[in-house]
Design a protein around this ligand. Structure first.
Ligand code: SAJ
Length: 429
């Protein structure tokens, strides 16, 4: 099976890089997005999201005529849906996945579908979403046959294939990572493999759609549970006066132990979200996964408590000092190191809470952004050098490589290190 024209629905963090990589393999790609502004930016050869080197690949693909964006779906041989699956909002929305974007996307491509087309869902989804998508398509196109009713003989092939790329390394991982491909039938999987083989160098491993959906959720839950274990250890070690960083380093010397690193909480739009899709479907069974989410969600609050304790300590040691005289510096705002993505960032949530503590000054050092988000009141974006000289309390929130090195605290300066890169007891002897 060969594909001359592929349509990617949803030109965000996953859809746009996928569209660009496919186009770089000289496949004609029609990118579809409801956001006219994003469509215009892409058609001008630029990008509306941040990902290293993506601008170069998109620019080349558009200039050479292989990538074009539009707001209205057009006929293609394969459709790749990469739209968001957020939580439902409103009083009933208790971390329940909202499939309305997938429904809208599938209903929008239904009119242009024809016999022999392939539809792949890439969006992180609860188990059963691909079958649901196939049902929406079939509902909109009763004149075509679908795999859930016609098996291997269906007119349309449908598969689930989760993305697994790491923000900041998307272009490399899109090509190199192995892919799990869950077709509704074997024929569907075969068609999807033929598509991914255009640009994937990793292995394409087939399973059914439900297992592929659960596989994606499992990968991110595995990481969340492991980070929760590290975060829980950090709370325990703090009480027991033990350096959690040294402890983990030592425990990880065991050949079968590999604990992840504690931090200020778990951010981003994947790991803090996906486990809830399992909990929401199986609330009685998914006890550990739920508790892990709660442990990680509590961590930013705990960090703010540590900052408050540091402020009290400072004021007790300096009787002439008032709360209004205290200067606090946050090092890092992004959701993880060496990127500029602030979405669901625990560091940003912590800075926001600190900005409301009534202190005299909040300084922020974030080399990856040029202006502060509006949620942080009265804060100032400054250089690391300025913050180190001026602040009474330094809070290390993100382990950006720019921050690594000796912090050299001044007399009476206090440190809250959530990543273990400045804390003397954390750094390996
Ligand atoms: N974090 C820690 N301690 C650690 C590792 C991470 O506190 O030891 C924190 C980070 O600081 C960050 C959060 O966890 O706040 C998530 O960061 P991450 O690097 O673990 O993951 P993401 O969200 O950037 O990307 C994940 C990846 N999933 C896995 O590694 C299993 C990626 O491969 C997925 O494609 C992506 O989610 C996604 O889109 O689902």
């Amino acid at each position: 099976m060969t594909f001359k024209t592929v349509s990617v629905i949803g030109l965000g963090y996953i859809g746009l890089p996928t569209a660009a990589v496919l186009a770089s393999r000289k496949v004609k790609v029609i990118g579809v997005d409801v956001n006219q502004k994003a469509v215009d930016i892409i058609n001008s050869g630029q990008i509306h999201i941040v990902e290293p080197d993506l601008d170069i690949v998109v620019h080349a693909a558009v200039t050479e005529g292989y990538l074009r964006a539009t707001t209205r779906p057009e006929p293609a041989e394969a459709f790749l849906i990469a739209v968001p699956t957020p939580f439902k909002t409103g009083p009933t929305g208790d971390h329940e996945p909202d499939l309305s974007y997938i429904e809208t996307a599938s209903r929008s491509i239904a009119p242009v579908l024809k016999k022999g087309d392939l539809v792949i869902l890439e969006s992180t989804s609860p188990v059963g979403a691909t079958e649901q998508m196939a049902a929406w398509l079939s509902d909109a196109r009763p004149d075509l046959t679908f795999p859930q009713t016609h098996g291997g003989e269906s007119d349309i092939r449908v598969a689930y294939c989760p993305e697994r790329v790491l923000p900041g390394q998307v272009l490399r991982e899109l090509v190199q990572n192995d892919r799990v491909i869950g077709g509704i039938t074997t024929k569907c999987s075969e068609a999807a493999i033929a598509l991914y083989k255009i640009f994937v160098l990793g292995a394409c491993i087939t399973t059914n759609a439900r297992t592929a959906e659960m596989c994606k959720l499992t990968e991110n839950s595995y990481r969340d549970v492991n980070i929760a274990f590290a975060n829980e250890l950090s709370l325990i070690c703090d009480k027991q006066d033990i350096s959690v960083w040294e402890l983990i380093r030592l425990a990880n010397l065991h050949p079968r132990v590999n604990i992840l690193q504690p931090g200020p909480g778990v951010g981003g739009h994947c790991i803090a979200v996906d486990p809830w899709f399992i909990v929401s479907a199986c609330p009685k069974e998914a006890r550990l996964i739920k508790i892990a989410r709660e442990v990680n969600d509590y961590k930013p609050e705990w960090v703010v408590e540590k900052v408050q304790a540091a402020i009290s300590k400072l004021l007790q040691a300096n009787h002439l000092m008032r709360l209004k005289d205290v200067s606090v510096a946050c090092f890092g705002l992004t959701f993880k190191a060496n990127i500029d993505d602030l979405r669901e960032s625990p560091a940003l949530a912590i800075a926001e809470k600190i900005s409301k503590l009534g202190i005299g000054e909040l300084l922020v050092v974030e080399p990856h952004i040029s202006s502060l988000p509006a949620v942080i009141e009265n804060a100032e974006l400054v250089t690391a050098e300025y913050a180190r000289k001026r602040a009474n309390i330094l809070i290390l929130l993100v382990d950006h490589k720019d921050f690594v090195g000796n912090v050299n605290l001044k007399a009476q300066q206090l440190l809250v290190d959530t990543r273990g890169i400045w804390d003397k007891s954390a750094v390996a002897a």
